[in-house]
Design a protein around this ligand. Structure first.
Ligand code: NAP
Length: 332
């Protein structure tokens, strides 16, 4: 039985399972010359998919209603009528939320399973690892001895940003939503300190205590009031990487925030939006560095693996409640 998950209607506020439609079909897919048949093994769920579920203008087109949702997927080649792909090989790419699908192979990357477990190609060796590495280096321009603050620190991107910053000799402070996550940041990922934004009564004051010399780089994954508090603490020539703003993705009204201009002017600071796909020419170099650090255990990673194709929407929705540690992945 082939299963597909369609976008049924556009979420208003936080997504719910009613935004998705499950379809089951008893059909055999035809694989024409030049095509391959893929079976999904691991599906990545990511906060940015929320943006594609609404029809607002963005850097990628919105998902179409009544069409399959797409995300990063690791799949096995079951049938190959394309001499570039062997049966039994694993590939990753932007694919449909479908248990099986036919592809021409265009846009797919072959996976070298000897380098890491398959799921890692959706996280540390996939899009989120590249985001961490390229966002930090290309915009953050880190220097040893500087202080960086990372929000969404215990997630897929944030946990890698903090580790790379430690490798490069920075003082690293993470902000995340539970004490357990703060403990993980320090014990597993080597962060110097952490702030639980759900229990802190004053993030600004906490930062002043943990970073008395100010913040040189802010890797922003969340936006909103957490990011306002970091702005109060930036140094001259600070770099602020706007990677994501999950705290406002489900807002139905335009969010109110502190006006950033005075902080940027006073500190000659740089704030720049980051989209990983803009740096595609640097993916090979970044992947090589991440793979090399991983192979000598300078980098590590955590995954939250949810089992079962039918649980893809719930795993996606759970990102907005912080139910993941590290990369959220669904195993089919
Ligand atoms: P993730 O951090 O693994 O998962 C999302 C995390 O966000 C949750 O675990 C939760 O952790 C936190 N969160 C949820 N609601 C929040 C809120 N209201 N306030 C503060 N934190 C909240 O996700 P990811 O894949 O690594 O992505 C992190 C960010 O980077 C997202 O904003 C995403 O859109 C962005 N991103 C951007 C690019 C790009 O190219 N620009 C690429 C990849 C990802 P807590 O328990 O700590 O709240």
């Amino acid at each position: 039985m082939m299963k597909t998950i369609l976008l049924n209607n556009r979420p208003k506020g936080k997504p719910t399972t009613s935004n998705f439609e499950f379809v089951e079909e008893n059909k055999i897919l035809t694989v024409n010359e030049g095509e391959i048949l893929l079976e999904a093994k691991y599906v990545s769920v990511d906060p940015y998919l929320r943006g594609r579920m609404s029809d607002a203008k963005s850097y990628v087109p919105p998902f179409e209603l009544n069409k399959p949702v797409q995300s990063g997927i690791v799949a096995k080649v079951i049938v190959s009528n394309n001499d570039k792909f062997l049966e039994g090989q694993y590939v990753s790419g932007l694919l449909n939320w479908q248990t099986q699908q036919v592809s021409t192979g265009v846009g797919l990357t072959k996976i070298d399973e000897t380098k890491a477990p398959l799921s890692a190609f959706l996280g540390i060796l996939g899009m989120t690892g590249l985001t961490a590495y390229l966002g930090l280096n290309e915009i953050g321009k880190p220097k040893a001895g500087e202080t960086i603050v990372v929000s969404g620190a215990a997630g897929a991107v944030g946990s890698v940003v903090g580790q790379i910053a430690k490798i490069l000799g920075l003082n690293v402070i993470g902000i995340a939503g539970t004490d357990e996550k703060i403990e993980l940041l320090k014990s597993k990922f080597g962060f110097d300190a952490g702030i639980n934004y759900n229990t802190s009564t004053n993030i600004d004051a906490d930062l002043k205590e943990l970073a008395p010399n100010g913040v040189d780089i802010y890797f922003d994954n969340v936006g909103g009031p957490i990011s306002d508090a970091v702005l109060f603490n930036i140094n001259r020539f600070a770099r602020i990487i706007i990677c994501g703003a999950i705290s406002v993705y489900n807002e139905t009204e335009t969010p109110k925030s502190v006006s950033v201009q005075p902080f940027l002017v006073k500190n000659s600071a740089l704030m720049q939006g980051f989209i990983v796909s803009n740096y595609a020419d640097k993916f090979p170099e970044a992947t090589q560095q991440l793979t090399s650090w991983l192979s000598v255990s300078k980098l590590t990673y955590t995954e939250t693996i949810v089992e079962g194709f039918d649980n893809i929407p719930n795993a996606f929705i759970d990102l907005f409640d912080g139910k993941n540690k590290g990369k959220m992945i669904v195993k089919i």
